[in-house]
Design a protein around this ligand. Structure first.
Ligand code: BES
Ligand code: MN
Ligand code: ZN
Length: 500
């Protein structure tokens, strides 16, 4: 789907479908008002007859309206004007793309950025329309034997603008397109099954990405190099697998050479069987998504490179496959991490923290400005927050506030959880410096507390995205692309990108 801008009189502008709105009280959006006048009250008549009540999700298609150059009008329900908000606006935009999918129009003209969205400005609204329309037509089709027909006929969306707003609209469009690309790549990587998406596959994708942008350099560490660095914890996870583990590093140099980078670290378990502590069969297939943290930092990196943000950003993916075999870790094994701390592996299914701790030790060499790791780390996180908010943990309040603000802005929201020392004794081990599990209570918290033992040297935050990065279930399953939106928003803010 292509996006563009169009200015001029919406009455006279030709399109296959012009998209305008009506609030619950019957008030028309400004462009709808113009069309109504030109058509001698056509739209108001439709509203008066009760064909729409202006509720979000109620979108009616009108044909051959007198006095209008466009062949169709999509009259979109905008909800209550005085209760308008960013999330209502987003719901509305999602309903619009769902409706458009069932309409034969190939080219549409969208005026919805002029409608109410609480405190959010034109830049924000334009970005949301483009991001949500792009997300709405996403489908993972790479694995179909017969390529399916595209499930949307819309090829071109023009955003209606005027002279005054043209620059802002173009700016929002550029940023949104780059974000949509990053989100789509994150979904593709997440959805790719584990027989294809192996650590080696992820490394190849990273090399390709590095070649596509001048600002990027890619480096892959293989098992030998990781062994030399003393990453006994990371390596223990992939040891039971025939697929070699990889540590994948991409640097984006957009700032001054000496500027400390913002570092993103992703959990890249390409399949998590649980290892010898084998998971139950019923929903194990969902563990193709155990590399969604990695997929999302990769997607964010794509956007960063595409926008060539004027900051330094480093991405690290800890990629391994967690398999049971005669070479796999046994419960009770003790490994030594790169930090020198030893870990008793009481449960081989708590593998995410084992790969992340060595990646988090490794990155201290970059002297990071901030570090955010992203991981489908615990089932307990899903119990605590469901699929609405990602869990946020941070050892720095400013960093936590900045991430929270980015989450609210992008509507890719987080909820802060405690990292209090009182939880740390749950990780005590009889023989090693720590155990890799903290018992039944507060599972997401103790996983974060484990990571906190490796991140004392820098400002660090951890996002547990087990509930938000993908949807489970049969034919409905899929990667959501979260938290690419949050990560990119956080970086746009750090780069002082103009957002108005
Ligand atoms: N990848 C899982 C967590 C997970 C579960 C993510 C379900 C998404 C959906 C992780 O590696 C894991 O298995 N965690 C264990 C930890 C436990 C053994 C302490 C869990 O949550 O059960
Ligand atoms: Mn696991
Ligand atoms: Zn896992």
């Amino acid at each position: 789907m292509e996006f563009g801008t169009k200015s001029g009189n919406p009455v006279k502008t030709r399109s296959q479908c012009i998209i305008v709105g009506v609030y619950e009280d019957g008030q028309l959006s400004p462009t709808a008002e113009l069309l109504d006048t030109a058509s001698k009250g056509y739209l108001k008549k439709v509203v008066a007859r009760g064909d729409t009540d202006g509720k979000i999700g109620q979108n009616v298609l009108l044909h051959d309206i007198p006095g209008i150059s466009s062949t169709r009008i999509l009259l979109v329900g905008l909800g209550k004007k005085d209760a308008a908000s960013g999330s209502k606006f987003s719901q509305m935009a999602q309903s619009v793309i769902a409706t458009l999918k069932n309409i034969p129009a190939k080219q549409v003209l969208c005026s919805l950025a002029e409608t109410e969205a609480g405190d959010n400005n034109l830049y924000w609204k334009t970005r949301k329309i483009v991001e949500l329309f792009s997300a709405g037509i996403y489908a993972y089709t790479d694995m179909r034997g017969t390529p399916p027909k595209p499930h949307s006929k819309v090829e071109k969306v023009d955003l209606l603008t005027d002279k005054k707003n043209h620059t802002i609209t173009r700016r929002a469009l550029k940023d949104a397109k780059a974000i949509a690309l990053g989100v789509a790549i994150a979904k593709d990587l997440g959805n790719t099954p584990s027989n294809i998406c192996t650590p080696t596959y992820l490394a190849k994708q990273a090399i390709q990405l590095g070649k596509a942008y001048a600002s990027l350099t890619t480096k892959i560490l293989d098992e030998k190099e990781m062994a030399k660095l003393g990453m006994g914890s990371f390596l223990s996870v992939g040891h039971g697998s025939a697929e070699p583990s990889k540590m994948i590093i991409i640097h984006h140099k957009g700032g001054k050479p000496k500027d400390p980078p913002h570092v993103l670290v992703g959990k890249g378990i390409t399949f998590d069987t649980g290892g010898i502590s084998l998971k139950p069969a019923a929903t194990m297939y969902e563990m193709i998504y155990d590399m969604c943290g990695a997929a999302c930092v990769f997607g964010a990196m794509k956007t960063v490179a595409e926008l060539n943000l004027p900051i330094n950003v480093t991405m690290v993916i800890a990629a391994a496959e967690n398999m049971p075999s005669e070479r796999a870790s046994r419960p009770g094994d003790i490994v030594k991490s790169m930090s020198g701390q030893t870990i008793e592996i009481l449960n081989t299914d708590a593998e995410g923290r084992l790969v992340l701790c060595d990646a988090l030790t490794y990155i201290s060499r970059f002297k990071p400005a901030t570090v955010i790791d992203v991981a489908t780390l615990t089932g307990a996180c899903i119990m605590a927050l469901g699929s609405v908010a990602s869990a946020l943990y941070a050892n720095d309040d400013t960093l936590a506030e900045n991430i929270n603000a980015a989450g609210e802005n992008s509507l890719d929201r987080v909820w802060r959880m405690p990292l209090w020392d009182e939880y740390q004794p749950q990780l005590n081990s009889a023989f090693a410096d720590m155990a890799n599990v903290g018992g039944r209570e507060a599972g997401s918290v103790t996983a974060a507390c484990f990571l906190a033992r490796f991140t004392k040297k820098y400002r660090w935050a951890h996002l547990d995205v087990a509930g938000t990065a993908f949807r489970g279930g049969g034919a409905q399953k899929g990667a959501t692309g979260r938290p690419v939106g949050l990560l990119v928003q956080y970086l746009l803010d750090r780069a002082n990108v103009k957002q108005h």
